[in-house]
Design a binder for this molecule. Structure first.
Ligand SMILES: Cc1cc2nc3c(=O)[nH]c(=O)nc-3n(C[C@H](O)[C@H](O)[C@H](O)COP(=O)(O)OP(=O)(O)OC[C@H]3O[C@@H](n4cnc5c(N)ncnc54)[C@H](O)[C@@H]3O)c2cc1C
Length: 378
């Protein structure tokens, strides 16, 4: 029994686990091999109410709590972190600013179709020379009558090759420092936009790309909300998403753990299952303990969000702990599999590649430690 779960949470977990095992699992191998996200998944998940789950029913969302969202994210990642990465780029990062600050027209035109899976969104903040140091982005949107002229380039953008719009951060007023960073909803088919797909070693089934904006003319109605300056909103969104990413990492760790436990029970060497050797059973015990710790941190942070209590410290702590735990669990799973752990027909090496992405993406482990230390007054 989990102290954070109601009866509805258990039912939700059953439903989403069944969906992931029957609908997602058969698509993983091909998507990973071809490095292509199966776009039809957005439509299917939208129809079932599994995209953007927390937004209210008036926009077509499921209106569920944060604990339900982290359950969904954990279950998706247990099957495929690549799919879960694309889900996160769309269901949280590309849509949250519209939900929180968008005009009624923007909600009609972008949020409602995104929740249904009719359109796909990407969130474009990172640039070639601005990763952890987000304030140093160079993209600019210069006002010209009723339009803005957008120039700049973005990289590592999840969903960029398949997106219908990019939620794009750029400076509208450099003189205001980071308060001069604004968000725009940029339709991906506008003249002046070029997208290049990137190939990766982790989360291969999530499409990632670079975007270049060259004198791209955007109507002023594409600015999120009616006023320039959204840096606070971006930080709020990234902080909250760290809890979701931590849930993703619990899912990856769980998958690696389950595979390792089964293998340790089945693989026989020196006349007994390798799980009977203390060197292996202690690894399994440490894996289970780390996962439980990470999971409880995720649920307690999610509960704070459900109680309306902002928790940037807890969000960074659980993102740091869960991603580092996933890396060490996946690393140990490979060790338990021995040579088979290196072979592509077993998924354990994928778990390690996918876990490594999230000691980097959504704020590196070093940046999480900086945030935690700052919150502690250092
Ligand atoms: C698969 C994938 C998907 C992504 N999707 C998106 C997306 O959809 N949208 C988006 O905008 N971005 C996305 N990103 C970008 C991601 O957020 C950045 O990669 C991340 O923020 C780190 O930036 P960087 O890679 O430029 O590394 P850098 O910032 O250059 O860091 C390099 C190293 O220096 C360390 N470092 C930097 N500054 C400090 C410091 N102050 N103190 C201590 N150490 C420091 C870092 O921890 C790291 O170890 C994605 C990245 C990946 C890998």
């Amino acid at each position: 029994m989990d102290p954070y779960f109601s009866k509805e949470h258990y039912i939700f977990r059953e439903q989403i686990r069944r969906f992931c095992e029957t609908e997602l699992a058969p698509l993983v191998e091909e998507a990973e091999e071809k490095q292509l996200f199966p776009k039809q998944l957005f439509k299917k998940m939208g129809e079932l109410g599994y995209l953007c789950v927390r937004y209210p029913e008036e926009y077509g969302g499921a209106g569920v709590d944060k604990i339900s969202e982290v359950i969904l994210r954990e279950e998706m990642s247990r099957i495929c972190q690549g799919f879960a990465t694309s889900w996160s780029g769309h269901s949280h990062l590309a849509t949250y600013p519209i939900f929180r600050a968008g005009t009624p027209e923007q909600k009609q035109k972008y949020l409602i179709p995104a929740i249904k899976g009719d359109i796909i969104g990407a969130f474009a903040l990172t640039e070639p020379d601005a990763g952890s140091d987000t304030k140093s982005i160079k993209s600019s949107a210069v006002r010209d009558g009723d339009f803005y002229v957008l120039n700049g380039s973005k990289t590592f953008i999840t969903n960029a090759p398949i997106a219908d719009y990019f939620m794009t951060a750029s400076y509208t007023d450099k003189s205001k420092g980071y308060h001069g960073i604004s968000l725009f909803i940029v339709p991906s088919n506008l003249p002046g936009i070029t997208v290049r797909k990137l190939h990766k070693e982790g989360v291969r089934s999530s499409d990632t790309g670079e975007i270049s904006f060259e004198d791209c003319r955007l109507h002023k109605s594409q600015l999120v909300g009616t006023e320039e300056g959204n840096f606070g909103l971006i930080m709020e969104m990234l902080s909250e998403n760290r809890i979701g990413v931590a849930a993703n990492m619990v899912g990856v760790a769980q998958a690696a753990f389950e595979a390792a436990l089964q293998y340790a029970q089945e693989r026989v060497q020196f006349g007994q299952p390798i799980g009977k050797f203390q060197a292996i059973s202690h690894k399994i015990a440490d894996m289970a303990t780390g996962i439980r710790g990470a999971r409880l941190m995720v649920y307690s942070a999610a509960l704070l969000i459900d109680q309306g209590k902002p928790c940037p410290l807890e969000a960074s702590e659980c993102k740091l702990f869960a991603s580092e735990t996933a890396v060490s669990v996946a690393r140990e799973a490979i060790q338990i599999f021995g040579g088979y752990g290196i072979m592509s027909e077993y998924p354990v090496s994928r778990y390690l590649r996918d876990a490594l992405v999230y000691t980097i993406g959504e704020g590196t482990s070093e940046i999480q430690r900086n945030i935690i230390a700052k919150q502690l007054g250092l």
